[in-house]
Design a protein around this ligand. Structure first.
Ligand code: NAD
Length: 466
């Protein structure tokens, strides 16, 4: 299967392509077109030309277009889910591809209904002062490989809703489902409003420096986000950066292991841990440490891991070799530094199915705790003084989310408020929704997505005195 890029509503092939493998089997799913710099220029030029009309389109027409996007996602959900599973590896069922398509549709539908009304700042004998929100122009969107379609929709729909046009570049690891989704969405959008180019990372670098792109929305690693920010400086682009996370969870002594085990497991292992906002290090009070470890191991050991196309699979492989090697390296290092492997911990010789892994006996200062593992591995750190746990949780350059687990909601909320991060949860983790702005502090990003605050990031302010 060779899918085309979409530029100005038309399919665009490339002279060169690259194979996209299925991480479950290694079989080739399809060919990704390798865009040239000229293809990117054409896509940006098409988006720039389309912006003239799209930005002046009545609001209700743009609302309808966003609802149409949700309808297209709904009508084609199974085809897209199958393609997503084949290139990403995640299972079709559970919190896998069908769930991702449902999320994409839900976000599109909710965002369609959002509105940034003009504000009257003053209206008196001295005159009227109004604040309007205007679209920026061409938005460049760069997405990662973990939740490729849902994140693409998080970028595309608010950009279009507010009158911008878009050029999207998916990750080279998972380009096919985005190529197909953009092709489908173009059946309900005017030509040039939504364009898609695929290729190597270098195309992303060209986008963030492109003089006709007014804003970059980037979701990916902190290291790449810093590069995007640096190269966007030359053209003073607006930026939304959703970057890496190393989310901490703190389990207080009064928590009941049996009632929190499911929430902790899925908070950590959702999408095989390949989720920015997954629980990536767990601080557990000494008094319930052993009991919680035992129930977690019991719960995790019953989860079926296998080929994403097998309906019995609940979790799949790690998406790519680079990530697999990173996870293996972090686990080996943790073992060498005294970590006690309670489950898994041994990389298979072949394939990308890393076993679900739980390692206790760790502390801050060990790479598996300090760095984002982005895989099916949960490090557990024992503490006896909650002030130490708070300090250890905050002692990290990332600041995406955190959770506190306790029956005493008031005490848990007081601790959550002290976490240096953009989102906190009590007795759950990684639960997001389209009306709640999401974004990181510190090295986890700049700006937010979702809700009115997220929508506003696709606009500039114009104040009018009359
Ligand atoms: P990555 O940074 O390697 O790649 C992300 C995208 O950037 C890809 O499309 C890639 O082609 C592109 N890219 C690479 N080099 C570039 C450059 N120099 N200029 C512009 N674009 C370039 O990230 P990844 O491995 O695909 O994704 C995993 C990371 O994403 C994790 O750190 C995860 O925490 C993070 N993430 C964050 C959020 C969030 O909302 N905060 C959500 C999902 C993933």
């Amino acid at each position: 299967m060779t899918l085309s890029m979409t530029i100005n509503g038309q399919p665009r092939a490339a002279a060169k392509t690259r194979e996209v493998p299925n991480p479950s089997t290694g079989a080739i799913v399809g060919q990704m077109p390798l865009a040239t710099a000229a293809d990117l220029d054409d896509a940006v030029a098409a988006a720039k030309a389309a912006f003239v009309k799209w930005s002046a389109t009545p609001d209700d027409v743009r609302v309808k277009a966003c609802v149409d996007i949700a309808d297209v996602l709904h009508a084609n959900a199974e085809e897209l889910a199958q393609l997503l599973t084949r290139e990403q590896g995640k299972p079709l069922g559970g919190l896998g591809s069908r769930f991702e398509l449902g999320g994409a549709e839900g976000w599109a539908r909710y965002t369609a209904g959002l509105e940034l009304k003009p504000k009257i700042l003053q209206d008196n004998q001295d005159g009227k002062v109004e604040l309007f929100r205007k679209p920026i122009g061409v938005v460049g969107s760069i997405t990662p490989w973990n939740w490729p379609l849902m994140i693409a929709i998080w970028h595309i729909v608010p950009a279009l809703r507010t009158g911008n046009t878009v050029v999207i570049k998916p990750s080279p690891y998972t380009p096919l489902s985005t190529l197909r989704m953009v092709e489908l969405l173009n059946t309900v959008l005017p030509p040039g409003v939504l364009n898609c180019v695929t290729g190597e990372d270098s195309i992303g670098a060209l986008m963030s420096a492109h003089e006709d792109i007014g804003k970059m929305v980037f979701t990916g690693s902190t290291a790449t986000g810093k590069k995007v920010m640096a190269s966007a400086a030359g053209t003073l682009k607006r930026l939304t950066l959703e970057l890496g996370g190393n989310d901490a969870g703190i389990v207080l002594p009064d928590a009941k292991p049996a009632s929190i085990v499911e929430g902790i497991f899925w908070g950590a292992f959702i999408n095989n841990g390949q989720t920015c906002g997954a629980l990536k290090r767990l601080y557990v009070h000494d008094s319930i440490h052993d009991e919680l470890c035992a129930v977690l191991v019991d719960y995790a050991s019953k989860i079926p891991v296998g080929d994403g196309l097998d309906e019995r699979s609940v979790l799949g492989p790690i998406q790519n070799r680079m990530q697999f090697d990173k996870v293996s390296r972090l686990v080996e290092d943790a073992k060498a530094r005294g970590g006690q492997v309670l489950l898994g911990g041994q990389a298979p010789e072949k394939g990308l199915f890393y076993p679900l892994t739980i390692i206790a006996g760790l502390t801050n200062g060990i790479a598996l705790v300090d760095e984002e593992q982005f895989g099916p591995v949960l490090p557990i750190i024992r503490y006896s003084n909650v002030e130490d746990a708070i300090a250890m949780a905050n002692d990290n350059p990332n600041g995406l989310d955190a959770s506190v687990w306790s029956n005493d909601i008031a005490a848990a909320k007081a601790i959550a408020a002290r976490m240096e991060c953009g989102t906190t949860w009590i007795n759950k983790h990684a639960a997001i929704q389209p009306n709640a702005p999401m974004g990181g502090v510190k090295n986890s990003g700049i700006g937010v997505e979702f809700g009115e605050e997220g929508l506003a990031e696709y606009t500039t302010i114009q104040v009018a005195f009359s």
